[in-house]
Ligand binder design. Structure first.
Ligand code: SF4
Length: 444
């Protein structure tokens, strides 16, 4: 069978895409874990969280059965703390910093406790925040992703009216459209967006795209300030022969389709090659396997030492049965109309680049993979044309912003992936908070 959809039964889809990090089974299990915490003075877990969540405080609140208090502590620092509990690479953030690692013991399950504390708040739409009296100021936020929603929530709490313009038909950005469905479901993402907007003062206008349906100049005229949290969204092309063959897809589009169209509707090959080894590549590879692909081979041009994904992510792919071809770079995609082969160059590591990472060098040798689908996950490119058109200063498409998130245009601020080129969801949440603080200063 070549590339096809509807490969599995309903039960198999449900099983393959069930929650990869199940919650605590009951209150007692959560309390036992919470009571393991040493409530460290100067806790390293707080410092390693980009949003600075007071981890020992919320764990203490769980331990004393104060779940509302725990949820408030988390959301005060990170309004997407529920989603982040499911998608954060905690092994290199809070859990990686937990002092239990020094004792060679299992770190506190911070993410699972955070999920326990926030789950009901989101699904039952608890009211944990109140808005301050209206200031009469209004701000436009472009992009309803983690940066935009986080910025909007802080501004609205301070009495600013916020209008969010989102080019998609749903909010949440990468969380809603760009992450494997077994980590966070579309239904949860929708509930999370509703939880954020339930504060009031945040109006999201969907299917409104900057550069198409609205211009920056018109937003500057109509609003007291503008925040750009437009992310990075264009898949990087490989620029090799055969990229336009049937069966060659972008990882972002593949993941997006799984989340928006449903599992049976998304075609997948028998033998799939995935180019790249970032989180998006892992999510694409594992989901291709879970959709029913027989073989999935990840092609990565460096070695395990340089891989951008975490070891935990790689382990998920390996446990799912995906293989990795290290030191391999795509050279040509071959086929008659549709993909039949992927020719790869054998690489070796050369001198370190400016960032200290050793660069791959072509050895001149090649090998060929027999495949019927190629998923490109070689990173994303910023919206260079859009930001140039809007007269924004930028570096190769990344918007240039001051330490206070200000762009070169008066009253226009920017943050998150469109400035830093793409980091974790939790980094975007913090960027939104930083921008909101800067905007409040500007409005004052
Ligand atoms: Fe608790 Fe670990 Fe944080 Fe210490 S470092 S406060 S033990 S979670």
């Amino acid at each position: 069978m070549a590339i096809a959809n509807n490969r599995l039964t309903t039960e198999e889809y449900a099983q393959h895409f069930s929650d990869i990090h199940p919650p605590f089974q009951n209150r007692e299990a959560a309390l036992v874990e919470a009571n393991r915490c040493l409530f460290c003075y100067d806790a390293p877990c707080i410092k390693s969280c980009p949003t600075g969540i007071n981890v020992p405080k919320f764990i203490k609140q769980i331990a004393t059965d104060n779940i509302k208090g725990a949820a408030h502590t988390i959301f005060l620092s990170n309004i997407m703390g529920g989603g982040c509990a499911r998608v954060c690479p905690v092994e290199k953030l809070c859990e990686g910093a937990c002092v239990y690692n020094l004792l060679h013991e299992t770190p506190i399950r911070i993410a699972r406790l955070q999920r326990y504390a926030t789950e009901d708040a989101i699904t039952q739409q608890w009211r944990l925040f109140e808005r301050k009296p209206a200031t009469g100021k209004k701000v436009a936020v472009v992009g309803a992703g983690p940066a935009g929603l986080s910025c909007a929530h802080v501004l609205s709490r301070e009495g600013v009216d916020v209008t969010v313009f989102e080019k998609e038909s749903k909010g949440g950005g990468l969380m809603t459209y760009g992450i494997a469905a077994y980590k966070v479901t579309p239904a949860f993402c929708e509930a999370e967006v509703n939880f954020i907007t339930s504060l009031g003062g945040i109006d999201i206008q969907y299917n409104r795209e900057l550069g198409k349906d609205l211009s920056l100049a018109s937003l500057q005229q109509e609003y007291d300030a503008v925040f750009l949290g437009i992310g990075v969204g264009l898949a990087r092309q490989l620029h090799i022969p055969g990229e336009d063959l049937e069966g060659v897809v972008d990882a972002i589009r593949f993941i997006y389709d799984i989340r928006s169209k449903g599992y049976p509707a998304v075609p997948v090959g028998d033998k799939v090659a995935v180019i790249g080894l970032g989180m998006t590549a892992i999510d694409a590879a594992t989901q291709a396997k879970r959709l029913g692909a027989q073989e999935v081979t990840i092609v990565y041009r460096r070695t395990q030492e340089e891989m951008p994904c975490t070891q935990a992510e790689l382990d998920i792919a390996l446990l799912d049965g995906c293989q990795v071809r290290w030191l391999a770079a795509p050279k040509a995609i071959k086929g008659r109309g549709a993909v039949q082969q992927l020719e790869c160059s054998v690489m070796q590591l050369g001198a370190p680049d400016a960032g200290g990472r050793r660069s791959p060098v072509d050895t001149g040798q090649t090998f060929t993979l027999e495949v019927d689908m190629v998923i490109k996950a070689a990173g994303q490119e910023p919206f260079t044309t859009l930001v140039s058109h809007e007269q924004l200063q930028h570096r190769q498409g990344r918007i240039s912003a001051s330490p206070h998130c200000a762009t070169n245009l008066p009253g226009v601020f920017a943050g998150g992936d469109c400035v830093n080129g793409g980091r974790e969801v939790v980094d975007a949440v913090q960027a939104g908070k930083d921008a909101a603080a800067a905007i409040l200063g500007y409005l004052a």
